[in-house]
Ligand binder design. Structure first.
Ligand SMILES: Cc1cc2nc3c(=O)[nH]c(=O)nc-3n(C[C@H](O)[C@H](O)[C@H](O)COP(=O)(O)OP(=O)(O)OC[C@H]3O[C@@H](n4cnc5c(N)ncnc54)[C@H](O)[C@@H]3O)c2cc1C
Length: 249
């Protein structure tokens, strides 16, 4: 659990204890002062309503002061210089013997799919992915083994099976292939921009700003940018230009 998480947990525990204790103490106190059951009921109900109103009233300013997320990109999300820039990327699980990449891709695909369902945009096309090669190709065998170990659905196909299932393809030197039926095409630019949009809608702040590479060692306490867009940043001035510093919370 993070330091913020522990703080929230401690505050919530204290609040719940005090609140519960008051729920017992307050009616007893009112009864001792001669109030009847009906009056006590009204007083406790009003207290609860006032508490709900107070919680609502302080929620907005509290959000402003709580931990917040800042997204920065020098050229804009999914810009044409970025490696995710471009209309499409193939999302597939096969990375030869690379377990880590296979596992990452296998974890990433359902997360994308859930996201697209939530935002109601069909930005993944389950076309399937076919790898073709020959029997001497160790990369393909390692890929099948790695995907099997990671629980990825895939089929090893002979050249005859490839011909039968994909008659539009004809490679004379292909003797085998691997088919990933659940993989496909991700609309890369739109997907990355949708993630940024969704983050903004959930309270993140986005800045078109270039991050100045940090120097020194360890975790940097703040991030300096070279842009002059005024975000929620603390300003510091360098000799050549106005820079911003966005503090890590
Ligand atoms: C032509 C091509 C085809 C590819 N095809 C596939 C494929 O089919 N399937 C697949 O899985 N992978 C593919 N890849 C790889 C895949 O696209 C990348 O691994 C992936 O997009 C990387 O995403 P990223 O968010 O890490 O980096 P990026 O998409 O490059 O994002 C990095 C962002 O950081 C910003 N930035 C950089 N420096 C700074 C700075 N100092 N301050 C502020 N912002 C900064 C950039 O503007 C950029 O927007 C392909 C890559 C290329 C180039």
């Amino acid at each position: 659990m993070t330091a913020d998480g522990r703080l929230v947990f401690a505050a919530k525990t204290t609040r719940t204890f005090c609140y519960g204790f008051l729920g017992v103490l307050f009616p007893v106190y009112l009864a001792e002062h001669g109030m009847g059951a009906r009056q006590i009921g009204v007083a406790v109900t009003l207290t609860l309503l006032a508490s709900a109103a107070m919680t609502f009233a302080i929620r907005r300013p509290a959000e402003r002061y709580g931990a917040r997320v800042a997204l920065l990109d020098a050229y804009g999300a999914a810009n044409s210089r970025s490696s995710s820039g471009g209309e499409t990327r193939i999302i597939r699980m096969g990375y030869g013997p690379d377990e880590l990449y296979t596992q990452w891709a296998a974890r990433s695909l359902p997360v994308w799919q859930e996201f697209f369902v939530r935002i109601e945009r069909p930005l993944f096309h389950k076309t399937g992915v076919l790898w073709v090669s020959d029997d001497a190709d160790g990369h393909l065998s390692a890929m099948v083994r790695t995907m099997g170990e990671a629980g990825v659905v895939c089929e090893r196909l002979s050249s005859e099976e490839i011909q039968k299932r994909f008659p539009q393809l004809h490679f004379p030197d292909v003797t085998c292939g691997v088919y990933e039926p659940l993989s496909g095409v991700l609309m890369a630019r739109q997907s990355v921009q949708a993630v940024v949009q969704d983050a903004i809608e959930h309270g993140a702040e986005y800045f078109n700003a270039s991050v100045v590479p940090p120097n020194g060692s360890g975790r940097p306490a703040s991030v300096k940018t070279g842009s002059t867009t005024p975000p929620t940043a603390t300003r510091s001035t360098s000799s050549s230009s106005t820079r911003q510093s966005i503090r890590r919370r």
